[in-house]
Design a binder for this molecule. Structure first.
Ligand SMILES: *Cc1c(COP(=O)(O)O)cnc(C)c1O
Length: 423
């Protein structure tokens, strides 16, 4: 049997890890995961780690959930994949019906892709062509927020506010109108002012409802989201809500916009859609948006866009079962209970430290990016997997986390913070 060190060397010899300086990869004691049980990852040496970042915010119910495993296996007995370009697939139809019943979008129509960024791109292109199809000219730009993150493809990067070392790509980014972000308590008023001043040139306003995750878990109130959404829709601009991070129960409701009473024209889904099992994302369009694309066969109103694996049948089968399990297990009730527990635990164990909590998304400020990295390393050494976002420790535990597990995560975080003097 090989030791973890040997696996890490083999890894570094052939794998290029995203958002990772490969020259320092070996020095940062990476885990090499071999398998998992419940909410724990198990490395090649058999060591266990509680997955307190839900494998980058995608795992919802845990790993190796028997019901989800079974959904994949039984779909394998039918078909793994067939193209959705011009043809259908039974399980994808069933999933789209189930989503249409649950998403806060009027007359939902679902265009599937595989990554959140691709689903954001789809929303951008749909919003742009919507106005062209209606014969309205000049609505060619987007308003996005300060601190926004919508993915790493060139289009979604353009919407994003930068940071994470991506500023060198600025020459590639198309310009967008930039409003304030959730770290500004007056962001909503600022955005509303911009919307009214620029309505006739805007194709869409794009926002992450309630939580700007990648910005460092910056949070706002349902009321501010509702006020901005009302202004956008009153000004006749399309509203795109990116729920890639907040969707599928993360904030305590199935979708964050439900807490705001908002019904977007385009809703972007990803991450938790398959419970963290398989890559899938979706752009959900309202009836009004969808109808603007109806016209002659092979004609110019058609949306000429599609991805090879969009609407993959295995992913659809697991996403469908996942949606049912969220109800069957009353997962949202657990998210709400654990969220208030997390709030009290953090207040009790980390007095005086700046923390933000919404559902099971939490951010804990530390002094610097270097401190963040050391605190997370100290937590990993204690068997809790954490990964910092610059000077913010993010806690994103699975939605089925128990009260005892949450206590352990916060205990370990408190110990790790105490160990790192400069944190
Ligand atoms: C993660 C994320 C994305 C990008 O999704 P990928 O699957 O990583 O491409 C987009 N928007 C938000 C809000 C996200 O958190």
């Amino acid at each position: 049997m090989q030791s973890g060190d040997e696996w890490v060397k083999r890894d570094a010899a052939v794998v290029w890890h995203g958002f990772t300086q490969m020259a320092a990869y070996l020095d940062n004691s990476p885990l090499v995961v071999e398998r998992a049980e419940g909410r724990e990852l198990i490395d090649v040496d058999g060591k266990r780690y509680f997955d307190a970042i839900s494998s980058l915010w995608v795992t919802t119910l845990g790993h190796r959930v028997p019901e989800l495993d079974e959904a994949v296996v039984s779909q394998l007995g039918r078909v793994a994949h067939s193209t959705m370009l011009g043809n259908g697939n039974r399980v994808v139809i069933e999933l789209a019906e189930a989503l249409a019943d649950r998403v806060p979008v009027d007359g939902a129509h679902v265009l599937f892709a595989s990554d959140g960024a691709a689903a954001v791109e789809q929303a951008l292109k749909i919003a742009f062509q919507y106005w062209v199809n209606l014969g309205v000219s000049g609505r060619t730009t987007y308003l996005a927020l300060g601190g926004a993150y919508h993915g790493d493809t060139v289009g979604s990067l353009s919407l994003g506010a930068g940071g994470f070392g991506t500023d060198l790509f600025d020459p590639l980014r198309f310009p967008v109108l930039r409003g304030p972000g959730y770290d500004d308590p007056h962001w909503a008023d600022g955005v509303i002012e911009l919307v009214w001043a620029h309505a006739s040139s805007l194709a869409a306003v794009v926002m992450e409802p309630l939580v700007q995750g990648a910005a460092g878990m910056h949070m706002t109130t349902p009321d501010d989201v509702a006020r901005v959404a009302a202004a956008v829709q009153e000004a006749g601009v399309l509203l795109v809500c990116d729920e890639v991070a907040t969707g599928f129960g993360r904030t305590g409701t199935l979708f964050a916009v439900e807490q705001c009473g908002v019904r977007p024209d385009l809703l972007v889904l990803g991450k938790g859609i398959t419970g963290g099992y398989l890559p899938m994302s979706a752009t959900v369009a309202s009836q009004r948006v969808f109808d603007a694309f109806l016209g002659d066969d092979l004609g110019p109103r058609t949306l000429y866009h599609g991805h090879s694996y969009g609407g993959n049948a295995l992913a659809a089968a697991v996403a469908l079962r996942h949606l049912q399990l969220i109800d069957e297990w009353d997962v949202l009730a657990n998210v709400r209970a654990r969220s208030s527990q997390l709030r009290s635990l953090l207040a009790a164990r980390l007095p005086g430290r700046r923390v933000r909590v919404c559902g099971l998304l939490a951010g804990i400020d530390v002094a610097s990016g270097a401190a963040g990295r050391r605190v997370c390393a100290a937590a990993v050494a204690r068997g809790v997997l954490l990964r910092p976002l610059g000077p913010v420790i993010v806690l994103v535990p699975p939605l089925t986390t128990t009260a005892d597990e949450l206590e352990r995560v916060v205990d370990v975080l408190a110990e790790a913070l105490a160990e790192v003097v400069e944190a």
